[in-house]
Design a binder for this molecule. Structure first.
Ligand code: CP
Ligand code: NVA
Length: 300
């Protein structure tokens, strides 16, 4: 059987994406990871992704082994390829959170088991799966819903916009000049049958939207840009006034961690339209569905 990796959500077909979301809602009747481990390699901090994935592995009958990048010395003590080859001998799958997306591609090229992107500089696909699961549970279906992204067209945006397009949602993004999606990403979304409407006006992006989503202005690894970014993102906070411009039934999503008073007002992230806590819990259900699918096609 060919090894399936998940470096970005469109490594799945739209039907497979739906299947993963379906599996995420099922208590695994069997233990497809019985007697096997899953290696989780983390070059950056993580609360949700690590805990959600470890618990998903436990629920699938497996044993998670998490390690920080510096413990194993990725491309220092040994190459990412040699690590992937070694970990393939012990584990049913490898998850990795990396600074450079290319590290994941190199690991996937060498691994004999599925490699899952647990966040890179360019994507966060397991987050996007949880986000779609949360929205599907809330709205019942995704087709035709409008997603408004406000802020940085970062890794979380990249995966979420692709996933939303694959699920038949409309996507609008409001980003400051210089922080919007690049042409290659817009073309990739178009190739999946979707479209991202890009603007520099948050009010324009959220007008009538069913979902308003944002993320931190400064991602991990960009800390040296924090001050400049704070200036560039002035006016891009999701606050009550912005939420009021969205659809009356609109919900708010944030991958977390959130910076209250920066990219989102406290009253929004802690308010009645916020789905951030079910969204965070769904990280576990979504990655469990994904691992189950990648390991044996979700067979019971
Ligand atoms: N949303 C998310 O990936 O959170 P962590 O960085 O805590 O894993
Ligand atoms: N964009 C953020 C997401 C954290 C979960 C980062 O990469 O730091």
């Amino acid at each position: 059987m060919t090894v399936r990796h998940l470096l970005e959500v469109d490594d799945l077909s739209p039907d497979e994406l739906t299947r993963v979301l379906d599996l995420a809602e099922v208590d695994p009747p069997a233990r497809p990871l019985e007697g096997r481990g899953v290696a989780l390699l983390l070059e950056k901090p993580s609360a949700r992704t690590r805990n959600a994935t470890e618990m998903a592995v436990v629920q699938l009958g497996g044993h998670p082994v998490s390690m920080r990048g510096e413990e194993v010395g990725v491309d220092g003590r040994e190459s990412a390829e040699d690590l992937a080859r070694t970990l393939s001998g012990y584990h049913g799958a490898i998850g990795a959170r990396v600074f450079d997306h290319h590290t994941l591609e190199r690991m996937a090229g060498a691994a004999r088991v599925p490699v899952v992107n647990l966040l890179s500089d360019v994507g966060h696909p397991t987050q996007a799966l949880a986000d779609l699961l949360t929205l599907r549970q809330h709205f019942g279906s995704l087709t035709g819903r409008q997603l408004a992204w406000v802020g940085d067209a970062n890794n979380v945006f990249t995966s979420l916009s692709l996933a939303a397009a694959m699920a038949g949602m409309g996507v609008r993004a409001a980003c400051p000049e210089g922080f919007g999606p690049d042409d290659a990403h817009l073309a990739r979304v178009r190739a999946r049958g979707g479209e991202v409407a890009v603007t520099t006006s948050p009010a324009e992006a959220v007008a009538g939207a069913h979902v308003v989503s944002t993320d931190v202005w400064t991602s991990m690894g960009q800390e040296h840009e924090a001050e400049a970014r704070r200036r560039a993102f002035t006016g891009f906070r999701v606050d009550a006034a912005l939420m009021a411009a969205a659809h009356a039934d609109a919900v708010f999503l944030h991958c977390l961690p959130a910076h209250r008073g920066e990219e989102v007002a406290t009253g929004v992230v802690d308010g009645p339209q916020s789905l951030v806590w079910p969204q965070a819990t769904n990280r576990m259900h979504a990655v469990r569905g994904l691992l189950w699918f990648l390991l044996d096609g979700g067979r019971p």
